[in-house]
Design a protein around this ligand. Structure first.
Ligand SMILES: [Zn+2]
Length: 182
């Protein structure tokens, strides 16, 4: 999003030259440049043995389960965000976190940072914004996440990381899936 007015003082921004960035909207009163940056967001596959933590949040996808996700808050690292969001949404504490790459969502100007996180402790205690949260067999996850393309991409990477050699997880992709999407 390209800013027109200063979000702090409301002054109309002028263009200021900033090295390689070229002209950048600038507030001379607050001495602040407003770069056109995407919103950083995390999405995490929480893994416990051969199980994965799946949620139901209808405002994201109506007929599909999803992974834990949330916006990075100012002042925290993205690893902090993963730990905080998993804890807030599900009550679970995660240990080791591994970065799995990023995806850009042009329609919402979001940069999605993807992770796998190992379960460490806790019982599922979902937050108000989550309708349902449960451990699912990782072999069934792809079939239950039909609408969530980014989430499915992460699960496939997790399966690779786990050295998964079976083909059960992929059967929903050959139209033979017998598992309901809820
Ligand atoms: Zn200003």
């Amino acid at each position: 999003m390209r800013y027109k007015y200063c979000p702090i003082c409301g002054t109309e921004l002028i263009e200021k030259y900033s090295w390689d960035e070229g002209g950048v909207p600038y507030c001379p009163i607050d001495d602040m440049l407003y770069f056109d940056t995407p919103k950083p967001c995390i999405i995490a596959a929480v893994i416990k043995g051969n199980q994965i933590l799946l949620l139901k949040q209808s405002y994201i996808f109506k007929n599909s389960k999803v992974l834990v996700s949330g916006y990075v808050t100012n002042g925290e690292t993205v690893e902090d965000t993963v730990r905080r969001e998993v804890k807030e949404e599900t009550g679970i504490t995660v240990g080791e976190i591994k970065y799995l790459g990023s995806e850009y969502l042009p329609s919402r100007e979001i940069i999605m940072l993807t992770f796998m996180a190992k379960y460490e402790s806790g019982e599922i205690e979902k937050s108000e914004e989550v309708e349902w949260a449960s451990w699912s067999n990782i072999e069934d996850a792809l079939c239950q996440m039909s609408e969530d393309e980014i989430g499915k991409g992460i699960v496939k990477k997790v399966l690779d990381e786990m050295g998964y050699a079976g083909n059960k997880a992929y059967r929903c992709e050959c139209n033979n899936c017998t598992i309901d999407n809820m």
